[in-house]
Design a protein around this ligand. Structure first.
Ligand SMILES: [Mg+2]
Length: 387
């Protein structure tokens, strides 16, 4: 089998309560008529969604003529070809991710096997999800608590809230210190959620790397009695040593990873003992195979994996195959509770998400396809559909 063409397009829409729901899709064509579709992150609206698409198209000539069964060779060929251009960073690593996922889709379809079988089989049939609740409807502990209870009523056994950007008591627009008023308010919001849901529902807190070191340490220590599932990106992702200082200073579980790519970045996190849980975004970090390598590396450090996820059903199912195939899976994020068209974008065994979990597809390949008719109505800024 040979690759004959590679196309890409950007699909999605900006949603008020869940940021940019914008994804780049790669379609790889073969001389045997089998096509594979992979999804990768578009890097958010700040990238206008198109940087990843153009990175994919720039790799097209390197892919044509290759045997799609040589997934690891192709990944390494593309990665090494792009090292000088930053192949371990965005947008090239996002492009490699989408391509790798499309190749798994092709090989699975050609063999009549689901991707998880290609990875060595399943540890579990369904993937536990946590509900990203973003922010309360109002900036109050009661509102945060109410929003958590809505997710619990839907069947989620874990919730996550954002605590950066309350704006309350902020010193100024660029300083990353949480002063006394902001810190007190943030702690009250998290306590409001814990009061509402009790201690038998897991609770994570996301800081989006918006605090400086002293504020992060103060927050991590203050939240210790609330027994968090994790505190996410308490300091910006670039400085792993600073994160290691936060982790060493408190008993609160520390999580990072949505802005780290490939096994090499995660190796640094483990070597510096900078976190307790990792949350690679499997639509950004290098692809299905690289996702499993990252998970296995984490497992060797007794660290669980709880991926960041803002994908469509197709990208989310790709992640589910990886998470079914590794022992140390903890939770997968679900970010799309407030996007009414999220499920309509794809065909597969629906409902994709039910009672706080997603069933891993046993269909050949990834097991989820774009619904062409719906996808064409959601093309980003007038993009064309795979041509
Ligand atoms: Mg996050």
């Amino acid at each position: 089998m040979k690759i004959t063409d590679v196309q890409a397009c950007v699909i999605g829409r900006q949603e008020p309560d869940s940021g940019g729901s914008v994804w780049t899709f790669v379609r790889v064509y073969t001389d045997e008529g089998i096509t594979g579709t992979g999804e990768c992150n578009s890097g958010g609206p700040g990238y206008s969604g198109f940087a990843t698409k153009y990175a994919i198209l720039a790799l097209r000539e390197l892919l044509i003529g290759e045997n799609p069964f040589n997934i690891n060779l192709i990944y390494e060929k593309l990665r090494r070809a792009g090292r000088y251009g930053g192949a371990s960073g965005a947008p090239l690593i996002f492009a490699l991710t989408g391509i790798d996922n499309a190749l798994y889709d092709i090989v699975g379809k050609a063999l009549g096997l689901p991707v998880h079988t290609l990875l060595g089989g399943k540890f579990r049939d369904s993937i536990r999800l946590y509900a990203d609740c973003h922010f309360g409807a109002e900036d109050s502990p009661a509102s945060f608590g109410d929003k958590a209870l809505e997710a619990v009523a839907e069947g989620f056994s874990a919730v996550k809230f954002d605590v950066d950007g309350t704006g309350r008591g902020k010193l100024d627009a660029y300083n990353w210190t949480a002063g006394a008023q902001e810190m007190t308010h943030i702690i009250s919001l998290v306590a409001g959620v814990r009061d509402a849901i009790g201690f038998e529902i897991d609770l994570a807190v996301d800081c989006h790397g918006q605090f400086d070191l002293p504020s992060a340490i103060t927050l991590a220590r203050a939240l210790e009695p609330l027994r968090l599932l994790w505190l996410e990106e308490p300091v910006p992702a670039e400085n792993v040593d600073a994160l290691a200082q936060v982790r060493a200073a408190s008993a609160t579980v520390i999580c990072t990873g949505e802005n780290h790519y490939t096994r090499y970045a995660f190796r640094d996190l483990f070597a510096k003992q900078a976190c307790d849980v990792i949350m690679p975004d499997l639509a950004k970090a290098g692809g299905i195979a690289e996702g499993k390598r990252i998970a296995d590396l984490a497992d060797a450090h007794y660290i669980p994996i709880a991926p960041h996820n803002v994908s469509s059903p197709l990208g989310m199912m790709a992640a589910c195959h990886v998470l079914a195939a590794v022992p140390n899976f903890l939770f997968l994020e679900f970010h799309a509770r407030s996007i009414p068209w999220w499920s309509d974008l794809c065909d597969g065994e629906t409902p994709f998400v039910q009672a706080g979990s997603m069933t891993v597809s046993d269909a050949p390949g990834i097991g989820v396809e774009l619904n062409d008719a719906v996808a064409k109505t959601l093309l980003w800024h007038g993009d064309s559909y795979f041509d």
